[in-house]
Design a protein around this ligand. Structure first.
Ligand SMILES: Cc1cc2nc3c(=O)[nH]c(=O)nc-3n(C[C@H](O)[C@H](O)[C@H](O)COP(=O)(O)O)c2cc1C
Length: 304
């Protein structure tokens, strides 16, 4: 699965992944539920993103928000627009998310969760999943939540085994994933720090997870999906990597011109992708791309 990534897994990027490496499932960026709205809970941009689904690939919408009623209303709205799967974000570790009871902040008050998860599951007529961290500050907290998720009929859990307070520090501890797999019947999708085909093989073997969700590694290198499936070279040469990265970014640039306004916005969005690239061998081109002051300069650097 391609992980939900705010600022990155917009419809243009998802379209590129569908046309090239075909992940089994692709998530939207999180869609923030407006708790104060009287009518529509989702923004016009998010509504357009859902409605853009081709029908061929199910649109998997991730919601982030708090409170039973707003979440239920947003889930209904997303389904009316064509969402074929709803995912609830219970992991985001940043800012207002965690100061309120939203995203990873939901894990601060687990006693409130039964009142949200059950009704939300009932309102979702298609399949429903949860993406979650291992805990708020206790990496074992997830174990205490499994009975609730199981009895509510959650279809699968995508687990990023860091705590919320940990943010991105340290490493994803997949021994927690293995423990979760052993302790529940729901399919568990392992997420976190899978950057190579070897990582993927190791995590699947060590955890017994049903599948993998790839975030930063796949945004940096979409062919990671193909490398894991044995359909692309595991360790390509530097020339091949540079040429793969160039054709990826040029293809995204073309798509971004269609959905974003003006060269500077397109350039900013492309740089967000480049900032996920950290391969040592790409360091020269990455530096040049980050320094580009115009879209023309960015594209020229790719074409050299
Ligand atoms: C820039 C960025 C944006 C993200 N946006 C979201 C998001 O919208 N929803 C979500 O559940 N997780 C989000 N995440 C977390 C990723 O989905 C994923 O769980 C995390 O990066 C760990 O996986 P990885 O090591 O494969 O990247 C985001 C992460 C990053 C770095």
């Amino acid at each position: 699965m391609l992980a939900p990534m705010q600022g990155l897994t917009n419809r243009a990027v998802r379209d590129y992944f569908i046309k090239t490496v075909q992940p089994d499932t692709l998530f939207t960026e999180f869609m923030q539920v407006n708790a104060a709205a009287e009518k529509r809970r989702l923004t016009p941009v998010d509504r357009r993103d859902i409605a853009s689904g081709s029908g061929e690939f199910p649109v998997v919408v991730q919601l982030v928000g708090h409170g039973r009623e707003p979440l239920v209303a947003a889930a209904i709205e997303a389904q009316e627009l064509g969402a074929r799967h709803i995912n609830l974000n219970m992991g985001c570790p940043y800012g207002r998310m965690t100061s309120g009871l939203t995203g990873g902040g939901m894990l601060k008050r687990p006693e409130l969760l039964p009142d949200i998860i059950g009704p939300l599951r009932d309102a979702v007529k298609c399949s429903f999943s949860i993406k979650i961290r291992a805990g708020y500050d206790d990496p074992q907290q997830i174990l205490s939540l499994l009975p609730l998720f199981e009895s509510a009929g959650v279809d699968f859990i995508a687990l990023h085994p860091r705590t919320v307070v940990q943010e991105y520090k340290g490493v994803a501890d997949h021994s927690v994933t293995a423990e979760v797999v052993r302790n529940c019947k729901m399919p568990i999708i392992a997420n976190g720090d899978i950057r190579t085909a070897e990582d993927a093989e190791r995590v699947l073997k060590e955890t017994g997870a049903t599948g993998l969700m790839l975030g930063r590694g796949a945004i940096a290198d979409p062919l990671l999906f193909a490398r894991i499936r044995g359909k692309a070279e595991k360790s390509p040469s530097v020339e091949t990597m540079v040429s793969e990265a160039s054709s990826y970014l040029l293809a995204i640039s073309e798509r971004y011109r269609e959905i974003f306004c003006g060269d500077m916005q397109v350039l900013g969005k492309l740089k967000a992708i480049v900032s996920q690239m950290d391969e040592d061998v790409l360091v020269r081109i990455i530096k040049e791309l980050k320094r580009a002051k115009s879209l023309a300069a960015f594209e020229a650097a790719l074409s050299r």
